[in-house]
Design a protein around this ligand. Structure first.
Ligand SMILES: [Ca+2]
Ligand SMILES: [Ca+2]
Ligand SMILES: [Ca+2]
Length: 269
């Protein structure tokens, strides 16, 4: 469903312009759902799930940053919302992030720098979640039992003026672990902008392109929200010859040369 949604957005965005694209992105957000990562090609890296075997990992091995599909989507929330306010508390009762896809203004109750407080979050699906924030603050996560959840990735973001950075955590929807305790520590500024996203919603297929013709091998692909992982660098499959950059869907066909140059199964057209 997610792959269909992303493809639909990409197709439709060419016709609806930027404003329409943002509407489509918001629509995709609301669809939610879980994307399976079991359809990787034969050459895809094998994930080490030993440390996080409870969760579905969307981050491919060696992921160094999220791709623009994820970061652009998140950045639009800074201008379009939806917006909400939450109070990070130090008392026994904590405010909660009620849902993903909301851009939160988080305020603190202690009133002195460094500002710090806790908000609880109960994910609806087991997945990798990204917590974006602005300015760059420290975000740590523990499960309801007080066990620290190690971040999978911590990055600053230079491409969005509304979000300074992000951290990615593997979270479970099991009540054995949630609600999670999200602690935010800010050196000097309050409130802090915070946005949570299920990374499955931002995952897209990347196809393996060995001959550099921008068309990939349909059978060898990765589903990930990360930046392209060489050689999984293109978003379109259908290349019927990965050893010849002159052969790809739509290439010029030479009739009767014994080569299907445009990958339609026919030598002559
Ligand atoms: Ca290719
Ligand atoms: Ca042909
Ligand atoms: Ca031919």
């Amino acid at each position: 469903m997610i792959e269909k949604s992303i493809k639909k957005i990409r197709y439709m965005s060419s016709n609806v312009g930027f404003g329409g694209l943002l509407t489509l992105i918001a629509a995709a957000c609301s669809q939610g759902g879980m994307a399976e990562s079991s359809e990787f090609g034969a050459d895809a890296p094998v994930e080490d799930t030993s440390e996080f075997e409870m969760v579905n990992q969307d981050l491919i091995a060696g992921c160094t940053a999220l791709g623009v599909e994820a970061t652009t989507h998140a950045c639009t929330h800074g201008t379009l919302g939806p917006f909400a306010s939450r109070v990070a508390k130090t008392a026994a009762t904590y405010d909660t992030f009620a849902a993903t896809h909301t851009y939160y203004d988080v305020t603190f109750t202690d009133g002195t720098a460094p500002y710090t407080g806790r908000i609880d979050y109960s994910p609806s699906a087991t997945s990798d979640y990204v917590i974006y924030y602005n300015p760059n603050v420290t975000v740590t996560v523990k499960d309801k039992n007080g066990t620290t959840v190690a971040p999978l990735l911590t990055k600053t973001m230079g491409s969005c003026s509304y979000l300074g950075g992000y951290r990615i955590f593997p979270l479970s929807s099991s009540t054995s672990f949630k609600p999670y305790q999200v602690t935010i520590t800010s050196a000097a500024t309050t409130p802090v902008k915070v946005l949570l996203e299920n990374l499955s919603d931002a995952s897209i297929w990347w196809y393996k392109d060995m001959d550099g013709d921008t068309w990939g091998n349909t059978a060898q692909k990765q589903l990930t929200p990360c930046i392209p992982d060489e050689p999984y660098t293109v978003k379109q499959g259908g290349d019927c010859n990965e050893a010849n950059a002159a052969i790809f869907p739509g290439a010029t066909e030479t009739s009767g040369d014994g080569i299907d140059s445009n990958c339609n199964g026919n030598d002559n057209n």
